[in-house]
Design a protein around this ligand. Structure first.
Ligand code: ZN
Length: 449
C-alpha cells in the first residue's frame, strides 16, 4: 500500500496535481435540513424531486429524533451526535440556573456542553484542506474549540432559499477554500405548518416550494460542474394540528406566585418558588393523575431516562409534558403570534401546528433521504437515530472522531453505504466507491511508471 501511495505522490507531482486536489475528489457532502418536514408529507405526492432522490437513493421510513422534538435541540443533536442532556440545548428557549436568565438563540445557549463539538468544526480539524460551510444552521454562529467554520451565514428570516443555494455554491466552488461539507438550513415547511396547520393548503404549497429549492440546488450544482457529491435531505421533527380548544389551564391547579414556567408548550418546565417546592409538586401530581388530565408530571429525577434530558444542569425541577394535540396556557400567546404572522382570524377551533411532544409520538418524526456515490441505490434501511449521523458524516469526509464524545453508533447507519465499512470503527476513512476506483486507477498507473 505504501508503494502505491508513493506512486500516487510521484504521479501527482509529475503531472502537477496537488494532493489537495486528490483529497477533493472525495465526494462533497451536502446536508439539507427542511425544518418540520413530517415524514408522512412525502405521501402527498407534492415533492417529485425529493421523492426521486429517495427512490433512486437510500432512505429510512423516518428518523428517530431526540426529546424534546424542538428545532434547536434536534439540529444540534444532528450536528454533534449528542443528546440534549449533553449539549444542554434543552429547548429553543431555556432557563439557565447558573446565568440566572432565560436564554434564546445565543452563544450561551449553545456553547455550555463541555465536550460538545459540531461536525462542521470536527471536519476542519480532521485534516488540511477541509472546509465547512454552515448556512443558517442552528448553532452555526458560535465558536467551538475556539473555531468558526470557514464559511458561514447567520439566520435571516425571509432570506430567499435560492439565494442560500447560490451562496452555498460559491462556498463549494471557492478556489482557495472549497467546502467539502455544507449544512444548509431551510425554515420551511415548519413555519407554514405552525401558521396554518399540517393539513392546510398553505402547507401543501410550501411543500412544493421546498421541493423546488432542492431542484434548484441540483441544477445549480450541475451548472457549476459539481457532479461528485452526496446529498442528504433530512428534518428535525414532524408537526401535528392543535387548537385553543385543547388548552390545559394550569392556573386552575396552582396558586399564583408560587411558581415560574419555563420552556414552551407542549413541554413546560416548572420552577417552584422557595418554600413552595412540595406544594407545587403535590398539586401538579394530583392534577396530572386526574382522569382526562392530558398531561404528565415529572420530578426531575423521574423524567424518563430514555429522553436523555434530565442530567443536564438546565433540566427544570419539574417537567410537564402535554399529551398529543394538547397545549398549556402559554399556547394562547404562541397561537396568537401564529395567527398574526399568518394574518388569520383566531377562533377557538382555528387549527395551527405544533411539535415538541415525546418522540414516541409518530407525528413528531422526521425524514431521512440520501443520494450520491457513497450511498446505496434504491434501498431502504431501518429507522436509526439522528445522533448516529455524526458518525455517518465522519465516514463521508474521512474524519477520525475517536476523540469526540457522542452518543451515535456507526453500525446503525452502515447499511446506508454503498461500500460496507468497518462497522466497529467510528474512524473509518470514508472512501466512497468512486474514490476507491480512482485510488485503484492511480495505483495501476503508479505501478506502471
Ligand atoms: Zn424545527
Amino acid at each position: 500500500m505504501s508503494s502505491c501511495l508513493l506512486s500516487i505522490l510521484l504521479l501527482c507531482s509529475s503531472v502537477g496535481v496537488s494532493l489537495a486536489a486528490v483529497t477533493f475528489l472525495q465526494p462533497l457532502t451536502i446536508v439539507v435540513s427542511l425544518d418540520g418536514f413530517y415524514y408522512k408529507y412525502l405521501e402527498r405526492d407534492l415533492t417529485p424531486n425529493i421523492i426521486r432522490l429517495r427512490d433512486e437513493g437510500v432512505s429510512a421510513p423516518y428518523m428517530i429524533n431526540i426529546f424534546p422534538t424542538k428545532t434547536f435541540p434536534n439540529h444540534f443533536s444532528i450536528a454533534t451526535g449528542q443528546y440534549a442532556e449533553d449539549h444542554h440545548v434543552l429547548d429553543n428557549k431555556v432557563f439557565d440556573p447558573i446565568l440566572n436568565k432565560t436564554l434564546g438563540y445565543s452563544e450561551d445557549l449553545f456553547t455550555k456542553g463541555k465536550s460538545t463539538v459540531p461536525f462542521w468544526i470536527v471536519n476542519e480539524k480532521s485534516g488540511n484542506n477541509k472546509h465547512s460551510g454552515v448556512m443558517m444552521w442552528p448553532g452555526g454562529d458560535f465558536k467551538y474549540q475556539g473555531s468558526l467554520p470557514t464559511h458561514g451565514k447567520t439566520f435571516e428570516w425571509n432570506y430567499e432559499f435560492n439565494k442560500r443555494v447560490d451562496t452555498v455554491i460559491k462556498w463549494i466552488t471557492n478556489s482557495s477554500a472549497p467546502a467539502n461539507i455544507v449544512f444548509l438550513y431551510i425554515e420551511e415547511p415548519d413555519s407554514s405548518g405552525h401558521k396554518f396547520g399540517p393539513n392546510s393548503v398553505e402547507l401543501n404549497n410550501t411543500l412544493r416550494k421546498v421541493d423546488d429549492t432542492i431542484a434548484y440546488l441540483e441544477t445549480s450544482l450541475k451548472n457549476n460542474r459539481v457532479h461528485n457529491y452526496n446529498l442528504i435531505i433530512l428534518s428535525d421533527h414532524g408537526m401535528t394540528s392543535v387548537s385553543l380548544e385543547k388548552v390545559i389551564d394550569l392556573t386552575k391547579f396552582l396558586t399564583n406566585g408560587t411558581y415560574d414556567f419555563d420552556t414552551a408548550t407542549p413541554i413546560l418546565g416548572v420552577s417552584p418558588k422557595k418554600g413552595f417546592e412540595e406544594e407545587v409538586a403535590e398539586k401538579l401530581k394530583k392534577a396530572s393523575s386526574q382522569e382526562g388530565s392530558n398531561f404528565s408530571f415529572y420530578r426531575k429525577d423521574d423524567i424518563p431516562d430514555e429522553w436523555r434530558y434530565k442530567k443536564s444542569f438546565r433540566a427544570p425541577p419539574y417537567l410537564l409534558v402535554a399529551k398529543h394535540g394538547y397545549v398549556f396556557n402559554d399556547a394562547y400567546e404562541t397561537i396568537k403570534e401564529y395567527a398574526s404572522y399568518a394574518k388569520r382570524n383566531l377562533t377557538p377551533n382555528s387549527i395551527f401546528g405544533l411539535h415538541g411532544y415525546d418522540p414516541s409520538d409518530k407525528s413528531m418524526l422526521p425524514i431521512f433521504i440520501a443520494n450520491g456515490p457513497s450511498f446505496k441505490r434504491k434501498h431502504t434501511v431501518k429507522p436509526f437515530k439522528s445522533v448516529d449521523l455524526f458518525s455517518l458524516f465522519a465516514h463521508l469526509v474521512g474524519a477520525d472522531i475517536r476523540s469526540y464524545s457522542h452518543s451515535g453508533d456507526f453500525r446503525r447507519v452502515a447499511d446506508l453505504l454503498a461500500v460496507q465499512a468497518d462497522g466497529k470503527s467510528d474512524a473509518s476513512p470514508g472512501f466512497s466507491a468512486p474514490s476507491i476506483y480512482l485510488f485503484m486507477f492511480a495505483c495501476w498507473i503508479g505501478f506502471g511508471l
